[in-house]
Design a protein around this ligand. Structure first.
Ligand SMILES: [Zn+2]
Length: 86
């Protein structure tokens, strides 16, 4: 990635992901981008809209499913009595 390169990012003016040009960098990290659609310069958002917060809940649901699955699948072994005979 270099200055002037094209990068997809979310533009708060366009309210959508648009084509951007890199205008500022710090090392390998893109710092600022310029929207090619409306020429709005802003911080690089790594194409994140801030609407992905399901990861934690998904993880929780997975744990919950495993726990409830264990409880539902319990089959206690009945103690077998040894038959004495013969
Ligand atoms: Zn824009």
């Amino acid at each position: 990635m270099r200055l002037g390169d094209s990068v997809d990012d979310y533009c708060s003016r366009c309210k959508r992901t648009t084509d951007h040009a890199v205008v500022a960098m710090a090392g390998e990290e893109v710092q600022k981008v310029l929207c090619r659609t409306c020429n709005y310069e802003h911080k690089y958002r790594h194409n994140k809209t801030g609407r992905k917060e399901l990861t934690k809940e998904e993880a929780f649901q997975k744990v919950l499913a495993s726990v409830t699955g264990q409880l539902g699948g319990t089959s206690p072994e009945a103690p077998k009595k040894k038959k004495r005979g013969g």
